[in-house]
Design a protein around this ligand. Structure first.
Ligand code: PEP
Ligand code: MN
Length: 282
């Protein structure tokens, strides 16, 4: 049982399908794959990422420009300059982009440049931010808090929905536990439960969940099999040189291979991963 109202299946028996861009949809039979680096580092980096990933095809690019870093001394992101890089590759490669917004004053510029707003784990219960996101019409990808219960996760979504924005996508990204071998523990039980409790699309981020690149593909397959509506995966032209989350970044080649290896898994559970010919190229 959950106290969620607008997010609950009893409010809408139909699965919510969200149009992120003309060609990019999440929540229907088509499976959504988002890829890109943890952090936008330069135009060259994002060019390389976009030009390679559209061959998979990955249907949406990610890259942080406002970064929630554990240390205030770590690189905090390129800010507006990074948003301009995202907007440029978005337009030239005809691919939608998602990036994190950390505070209310950042909403306006992120809305102007990106197709979807990411709310990071550390802000899942920043209620004033969630209310403000309710007033934008843009799709919002809400990441589960580091130690949030399923109920807290749904109620955070409820804040956005009840303030007027129906376009909410939930993202399971692993929760904290006792074993430091993996960065977090991917809670696929939560994905299965959310698919029963809510009509909202649910996507999985295996990169932040497991924290080690050699384990990402296995978890990605498991997420598809267990009914997720999409995946978000970190990758980089030179994974070891990523300015953040280097240990979990896939190479671009591995990312393309991973998309291919997910096709039969998706088909087995009645989902479809689009082919490159189906996407209009810029
Ligand atoms: C990210 O997606 O880069 C990120 C910071 O994720 P999370 O908020 O899940 O830690
Ligand atoms: Mn990251």
């Amino acid at each position: 049982m959950s106290n969620a109202k607008l997010a609950s299946k009893s409010h809408s028996e139909h699965q919510t399908v969200i149009n992120i861009s003309e060609q990019t949809i999440v929540g229907g039979a088509d499976f959504l794959i988002i890829g890109g680096p943890c952090t936008v580092e330069s135009m060259e980096q994002m060019e390389e990422v976009a030009s390679k990933l559209i061959t998979a095809p990955v249907q949406m690019l990610r890259g942080g420009v406002y970064k929630p870093r554990t240390s205030p001394y770590s690189f905090q992101g390129l800010g507006i300059e990074g948003l301009k890089i995202l907007a440029s590759v978005r337009q030239r490669y005809n691919i939608p982009v998602v990036t994190e917004v950390m505070s209310i004053p950042q909403i306006e510029s992120v809305v102007a440049y990106a197709d979807m707003l990411q709310i990071g784990s550390r802000n899942m219960q920043n209620f004033e931010l969630l209310k403000a996101l309710g007033k934008t019409g843009k799709p919002v990808m809400l990441k589960r808090g580091l130690a949030a219960t399923i109920e807290e996760f749904l109620m955070a979504a409820e804040y956005i929905l009840s303030h007027g924005n129906p376009n909410v996508i939930l993202c399971e990204r692993g929760i904290r536990s006792f074993d430091s071998y993996t960065r977090n523990v991917l809670d696929l039980g939560a994905v299965a439960a959310l698919k029963q409790l809510t009509h909202l699309p649910v996507i999985v981020d295996p990169s932040h969940a497991v924290g080690k690149r050699e384990l990402v593909a296995s978890l990605a397959k498991a997420a598809v099999a267990c009914g997720a509506d999409g995946l978000m995966i970190e990758c980089h032209p030179l994974p070891e040189e990523s300015v953040s989350d280097a240990r979990q970044a896939l190479s671009l080649e591995n990312m393309v291979e991973l998309v291919e290896s997910l096709r039969p898994v998706a088909a087995a559970v009645g989902r479809y991963i689009c082919q490159v010919e189906e996407l209009a190229v810029a």
